[in-house]
Ligand binder design. Structure first.
Ligand SMILES: Cc1cc2nc3c(=O)[nH]c(=O)nc-3n(C[C@H](O)[C@H](O)[C@H](O)COP(=O)(O)OP(=O)(O)OC[C@H]3O[C@@H](n4cnc5c(N)ncnc54)[C@H](O)[C@@H]3O)c2cc1C
Length: 423
């Protein structure tokens, strides 16, 4: 174990929406800050499904951290796996054994997929939480189309092939809609009709509706649109087991499926739960309204790693906008600590939420009043909001160009060149 001589005022664990926003604010104020992430880039999770369905290349959803902080030299970027956090001692240990310490510690390590103990899910299902998850899944889908194509070329009949998406929240709905659209519109451009006809997308969820957090009207719209795309819905149905060759549903149905995608839930990163702080719901850390961790002076927890109070007795949802705003707010509160002034309670500016279902089809609840939109207006709103959420001008421009290209050409085969091997 090496103790790094630490001249940092702040250590931030995790460079997602929350960590980057906090570091940006601290970098602007020239505060010596160490920003640690296992990746040398910040990934944009809301668009991972578009990488998996070949609508965007991976470079559009991952921005190098050194590029983000080039003009903020007080922020040092360290690419390393954090193996331990000691919240009481304010130390962070990384995978080469080095221990860093600083007066202020920000825990912004996000979440991991939660398989809820479903047998076989960890071994056989594809999660969608990182850029590598999305390229692996995208390559696996294309591999299935290629295999089917080879059988057609050899004169063989194709067996029906299912792709199962588990979890009908926004991630599952977006994923199911995008794959169904690929099968309907993109596959026929590259493969024979027999390939298109062989594939069916299934979407399963224990809930009785898709898109739990949305209004009934928007749920209905989403459900009908998915069905129009040919997605088979299994609502009120959980997945009991995942195997290499498919799933067993709670109603006893067995679906043969070479690809099972897990969009079924999240849990805070294990390292967060081992920081010496008793975790709250979902393994996340409960925080005060100023984003500090009760009983641990100088420790903040943000984004998907935290249960952030909404001021009305509940916690804020795990959204990019919540994480980004909390990161910037924590940056301000750390500056207040350094100046010896009062920290302030986090105020979330709720701009609503949205989900894409397919071309010209999305649902949105916009603004503080959650005005309902669906169809092409929500589709345009979704593109605009997600473009603005991207971390900087380069990915914003590139994503926009690729969306326009995708809209007019529907050619989605060129981006995925990854390895389909699951683990
Ligand atoms: C597939 C998907 C789709 C989504 N769609 C939307 C959407 O449409 N709209 C929306 O608002 N929100 C969406 N979300 C939620 C949103 O992405 C999250 O709420 C947001 O990313 C949380 O930000 P964060 O900074 O807390 O965590 P993250 O963005 O997850 O960042 C955490 C960072 O910590 C790093 N890290 C974790 N553990 C370690 C470790 N041990 N060592 C080193 N580094 C570590 C990770 O590499 C990562 O970079 C989606 C999430 C997913 C997974």
């Amino acid at each position: 174990m090496t103790n790094a001589t630490s001249n940092y005022q702040v250590i931030i664990v995790g460079a997602g929406f929350a960590g980057v926003a906090a570091a940006r604010r601290l970098g602007k104020a020239k505060i010596p800050t160490l920003l640690i992430d296992r990746n040398n880039y910040s990934q944009f999770q809301p668009l991972l499904y578009q990488v998996a369905s070949s609508q965007l290349p991976p470079s559009d959803v991952a921005e190098p951290l050194r590029a983000i902080f080039r003009k903020r030299p007080s922020v040092r970027v360290l690419t390393a796996e954090v193996t331990a956090i000691d919240a009481a001692a304010h130390t962070v240990t990384v995978d080469d054994g080095t221990v860093y310490s600083a007066p202020t510690l920000v825990i912004a390590a996000g979440a991991v997929v939660n398989f809820f103990g479903t047998p076989g899910a960890a071994e056989h299902a594809y999660p969608l939480y990182s850029v590598s998850d999305s390229t692996r899944l995208g390559a696996a889908i294309i591999e299935q189309f290629d295999k089917a194509d080879a059988r057609v070329a050899a004169g063989e009949a194709l067996d029906p092939t299912n792709i199962v998406v588990v979890g009908a929240g926004p991630t599952g709905v977006e994923m199911a809609g995008a794959i169904a659209e690929t099968i309907n519109s993109v596959v026929p451009r590259t493969y024979s009709d027999a390939v298109r006809e062989a594939f069916t997308v299934h979407l399963a969820d224990l809930a009785k509706t898709v898109l739990g957090p949305f209004t009934e009207e928007l749920q209905q719209y989403a459900q009908e649109h998915l069905e129009e795309l040919g997605v088979q819905l299994h609502l009120g149905t959980s997945v009991k087991e995942v195997r290499a060759d498919g799933v067993t549903l709670s109603d006893g149905e067995v679906l043969a499926a070479p690809i099972v995608i897990w969009a079924g839930g999240l849990h805070a990163q294990p390292v967060v739960g081992q920081a010496g702080i008793t975790p709250g719901r979902g393994g996340r850390l409960n925080v005060n309204d100023d984003l500090t961790v009760p009983g641990f002076p100088g420790v903040y927890a943000l984004g998907d790693a935290a249960n952030i109070p909404d001021g009305a007795g509940k916690t804020l949802p795990g959204l990019g906008a919540v994480a980004k705003q909390a990161g910037a707010w924590a940056g301000e509160n750390i500056l207040a600590d350094l100046k010896g002034t009062q920290r302030t309670a986090f105020e979330y500016h709720d701009r609503g939420f949205m989900a894409m279902i397919g071309r010209m089809a999305a649902v949105a609840e916009v603004g503080r009043s959650h005005k309902q939109l669906h169809g092409s207006l929500a589709f345009a709103g979704w593109l605009a909001v997600h473009d603005v959420l991207l971390p900087s001008a380069r990915p914003r421009y590139n994503a926009l160009v690729n969306w326009v290209r995708d809209y007019f050409t529907e050619d989605r085969t060129e981006f995925i060149v990854g390895d389909a091997t699951r683990t």
